[in-house]
Design a protein around this ligand. Sequence first.
Ligand code: HEM
Ligand code: HEM
Length: 347
Amino acid sequence: MPNLNIKVTQSHRALRIWLLVNIALIFLMVLVGGLTRLTGSGLSMVDWQPLLGTLPPLNQESWEKVFQQYQLFPQYQKVNLGMSLQDFKAIFYWEYFHRLLGRLIGLVYLLPLIYFHIKGNLSSSLKKQLNIGFVLGGLQGLLGWYMVKSGLVNNPHVSHFRLAAHLGLAFFVSAYLFWIYLDTDNRNCFKKPNLAPLTTLSLLSCTLIFQIIYGAFTAGLKAGMIYNTFPKMNGAWTPFEWVELTPFYKNFIYDLGGIQWVHRTTAWLLLLLVIYLSSYIKDYKSTPRLLKSVYIFISLFILQFLLGVMTLLTQVKIHWASMHQLGAFLLILSLTNLWFQFLKPQK
Ligand code: HEM
Ligand code: HEM
């Protein structure tokens, strides 16, 4: 993460608000992206015109045309055969809105960025960090299209690996911008906290990232639709079909039961790490912001765990799944804050 070490000036207030606005828009984008997936709308737009495609079809004739184009692809032929134009419009609009919002974020980021470059009195390192943010956002758009392409083929589902990358980069960009946001605040406090739990925190962070990747695998392969019991999987601790794929490791990256098992088991492991981290709480009395960050993180984690269980028990009811996804987003921001408060404690 960047080490900006800059003085906060008046113009940084505007900059910090702008960063928060962008993070909020990405949050919305994650919500709409998740709903695009959960409503099965992800492959309804079969081409990509970054600039020309800004407007949706505006008359009956052009609707018929995009619908006909869609009918040439396997998703229509294998999943949605016989779909009416009305139903097609519904799935089209989710994907359309997702991409429109992507363009909007691009503009909301880029235009003020140019302004800040000209007027902002920013250090050159901060300028560089903000430019990197723009590049990462652009990459996310490219990755979106790369993922769509993986589903326009014979097997009409997007690749779960590419979905995980698309979700992961969205989370990463937000964490990155949030770090810059925290770093442009000058409430430094010079009391160093006890850094002993940093090893636990590192392990916890890696495990959490792994868990999010497996969450996206679970979502991408619809692996939450089976074994809808908790804590056991239909009466057993491991999925019954486990030995079907060879070599054995393939059960962990392609098999629905195996992937769900990893996601569940990692949740327990994370819980242990969170409990261990909380045993340090008494050491943070002199750094109240850090203490608060720990409490927020633990609360969000417990909430996320419960939301996961609800998502599973309801066989992925759309509102639970959507909240579970947004919970992961907030957990990542909270983790970013926790790291920041450890490394650069604030008053
Ligand atoms: C700022 C840019 C973008 C952000 C932050 C973003 C973020 C996301 C997120 C978080 C999801 C949900 C993933 C999940 O549930 O695991 C998603 C889904 C999706 N995104 Fe994006 N996205 C962006 C741009 C794009 C673009 C430009 C395209 C296409 C050209 C695209 C295509 C899709 C599709 C098709 C889905 C649904 C995947 C499915 O059906 O399984 N995204 N996006
Ligand atoms: C506690 C830490 C947890 C984290 C950080 C986490 C994170 C995630 C993430 C990021 C996704 C992908 C969402 C998406 O791509 O849109 C996901 C999906 C999922 N998670 Fe979790 N999860 C956790 C715990 C659990 C638990 C304890 C369960 C149930 C036992 C669970 C069940 C599920 C299910 C069923 C899905 C698929 C939902 C869908 O198809 O939309 N999760 N998780």
